[in-house]
Design a protein around this ligand. Structure first.
Ligand code: SF4
Length: 444
């Protein structure tokens, strides 16, 4: 490994990426790379973002052009021992913004005054590949296609919504939206697989449009890995929306369509392929399918199979819970999950001897139409638990808190916890908290 002062003169200030962290005892540390170092190129190719870095540094022989925080240009010549990473983290990329203006956009349905990052409408194929964020592909340029194909960014998570072009233009409220069938054909011809999502707006992409869309997606064969049907979600602030909201009969009709297609998929492909989201089942008042229906839970992050997964987790682990006889445990949840909770809390009560007290809360920030437990805000938790001296501890939905320990309404979990009269634990599934220590858990 060596480095030399660089004599390369071209400016890479628009395409460089910056190192945010250097791990000790790594190649980067040995070379003297520091946080703030700008990476210009690897093996002669410019580095525009983390994707270029990940893929171009896969070689073992590397020539890296960089600029140190002191302003000195250097060239690192690296022969990397097999399997050893370089040892840096990069600053997060600038997120690609969305070119659409969907009437149902959840971000348009946020109240004013929340922290700024919550209002960013991202639509970024890189995050789709790296983190499973859904992207519409509306803002893909030729260079993006080439990168997806060259780096084999697969699978992607694609917000399809509808395959008929005219219907999709209306749904995305964007007359310049590209033809998604042409885009997907090009990508899948190049070996890219994808998961699809359809947010269903009654009157726009149900009925014939939905049938056509499923037919088109089915025609891709196995490269279309799964499709989720999600009901349009509106808050009391969804000011752009002019359509109908999803009612139980519309939800039921959608489930009949998804289950009809799933029966065909089970017969021909051995898995359900298309799934109604949990919320769709709850809206329709229908029982949710068992865990086996969801295969390897391809869209659990999209609210597809989360309830089945929770039920399974409680069923298989309840026997590991300790005796908690005499304790009263508050369980804060959203309005839509509340009816499903007693079957779970009964099992836990039977095993532990504790009494679980269900506390369903309406969402004070987004309004009563937003019933998801994970969108409850700090103030809802405060209202639920303040003055509840009768509880020995309380569980709140862990999804309500971000990685920095903050609720959507900027309430800090650690501060809120100090206001409340009982230990409060963020929990995904009861088991995570009740099977372990009951000392207060950290929020992140
Ligand atoms: S694609 Fe539509 S829903 Fe998604 S961020 Fe853009 S405007 Fe919002």
């Amino acid at each position: 490994m060596s480095f030399a002062p660089g004599s390369w003169a071209r400016s890479f200030s628009e395409t460089m990426v910056r190192v945010s962290r250097v791990y000790p005892d790594t190649i980067a540390a040995e070379l003297g790379i520091e946080p703030g170092t700008e990476i210009g190129s690897v093996n002669g190719r410019e580095i525009a973002d983390f994707l270029d870095w990940e893929f171009l540094t896969a070689d073992d022989d590397l020539v890296i052009e960089a600029r140190l925080p002191s302003g000195e240009d250097v060239v690192f010549d690296i022969e990397r021992p097999e399997g050893m990473g370089i040892g840096v983290d990069l600053e997060p990329p600038t997120v690609r913004r969305c070119a659409n203006r969907c009437e149902f956009c959840f971000i348009e349905g946020l109240p004013k005054g929340l922290r700024k990052p919550l209002y960013i409408r991202d639509d970024d194929y890189r995050l789709s590949f790296a983190y499973g964020n859904f992207a519409t592909l509306s803002n893909l340029k030729e260079r993006d296609f080439q990168r997806i194909l060259e780096y084999r960014l697969s699978p992607l998570y694609v917000s399809v919504h509808a395959t008929p072009w005219e219907a999709r233009k209306v749904l995305l409220n964007n007359p310049r939206v590209p033809n998604i069938m042409e885009q997907l054909t090009r990508l899948t011809d190049g070996g890219i697989q994808f998961h699809g999502q359809m947010v269903i707006v009654p009157g726009l992409n149900d009925g014939e449009v939905l049938e056509q869309s499923l037919t088109d997606l089915w025609s891709f064969g196995d490269v279309c890995l799964s499709v989720a049907m999600v009901p349009v979600g509106l808050t009391q602030f969804s000011h752009l929306y002019t359509g109908r909201s999803m009612d139980p009969s519309a939800a039921l009709e959608l489930l009949e369509t998804s289950e009809r297609w799933a029966r065909r998929a089970f017969e021909e492909r051995g898995h359900a392929w298309v799934y109604g989201s949990d919320e769709l089942y709850l809206l329709a008042g229908r029982d949710l399918p068992p865990i086996e229906y969801y295969g390897d839970l391809p869209q659990i992050e999209n609210g597809v199979g989360s309830v089945a997964s929770l039920r399974e987790r409680v069923r298989t682990h309840v026997g590991e819970l300790p005796w908690l006889g005499g304790k009263r445990i508050g369980v804060v949840t959203g309005v839509s999950m509340a009816p499903l909770m007693p079957e779970l809390t009964r099992q836990i009560e039977g095993r532990t001897g504790a009494e679980l007290v269900l506390i369903p809360m309406e969402n004070s920030l987004f309004g009563p139409t937003t019933t998801t437990a994970g969108l409850l805000v700090g103030d809802d938790i405060r209202r639920a638990l303040k003055g509840r001296d009768d509880l020995d501890l309380a569980l709140i939905p862990a999804e309500t808190i971000n990685e920095s320990g903050v609720f959507l309404d900027d309430v800090v979990f650690e501060e809120l916890r100090r206001e409340l009269p009982m230990p409060v634990h963020p929990s995904y599934d009861f088991i995570d908290v009740l099977a372990g220590s009951l000392e207060p858990a950290r929020a992140s």
